[in-house]
Design a protein around this ligand. Sequence first.
Ligand code: KG4
Ligand code: ZN
Length: 338
Amino acid sequence: MIILGIETSCDESAVSLLRIEDGSNPQIIHESISSQVRLHEAYGGVVPELASREHLKNLPLLYAQALEKTSITLKDIDCIAATQGPGLKGCLLMGLGFAKALSVASGKPFLGVNHIEGHILSPFLEHPITFPYLALVVSGGHTELVHVKDVGDYTILGRTIDDAAGEAFDKSANLLGFAYPGGALLAARADSHGASSYRLPRVMREAHGFSFSGLKTAVHQLIVREGGFAITEDKRSDLAAAIQEAIVDALLYKLKKAITDTGVRTIAVVGGVAANKKLQRDIAALPGITMYVPSTLHCTDNASMVAYAGAMRFMRGQKSDLNISAIARWPVEDISCV
Ligand code: KG4
Ligand code: ZN
């Protein structure tokens, strides 16, 4: 069976062709991504209207290229899966509209996919992971800790009440003067510096969810106290290390609690922040843990995870009506069990 995956929930247009016979051995025939990071850099964040226009321009090109490079035709595709939410509504509508048009033209089934379910299941693209596991979904838009018992059987053990972990990295990076999105740059500086001489406050330790917006204020106050933009490069690195320590510590603390509470010792770290070396190191160091981290290509937004999640639902007899619309806010635990 061949699934076409389409992802346009934020600032990446992506297309994937996935061959799958059963759940355990997916084969990516082709995948491509067109990132808009450079376009939004000037604004210091994603501009939704510009992002959806880019999807409208890029998606048909990525799709045409995918068919041309693989010699696969629409006739060979068994199901068309596109991200339905959560995400920026105007962006989601581009991918959904495109997928619906292909479905109408070909008569092939169409499926609206939850983007977070895509991230949660993304380790299956590369690793021999088995249920149950704890998924730490950490990206620019999301921070969720999920007990994954099966496809569609998700219990949220914690999610952010304000900023996402990636957002905390990026906003702090901006305060330190690093170019947008800044998270990876901040992390590289922090790694080259080692342990920080500063200690930022740890918030909401005993509460259910995560909170990162207070960190931004604390970072801002610390930078001002240390001399504002005039800080030395060494101090900038020292501060970067303190920020990374605070964010990773917040994630680790809740993850350790979840491991104790559930007894589940298989951990999947997914989303753009999963690329963070300190986060990976600290999780891997937890006793008795098996950790799976997809390659960076499949940690950040991509269409193969959408194709895989779509395939899992299609194989369980699901498909979507052509009248479904984009869902900007769509908690993953609200999607039906299959
Ligand atoms: O999954 P993703 O593409 O985000 C969404 O589209 O939601 O991931 C991007 C996020 C950005 O916030 C970026 O700064 C962060 O992941 N990121 C990192 C690292 N690499 C990327 N954050 C911390 N350490 C890294 N090495
Ligand atoms: Zn994402």
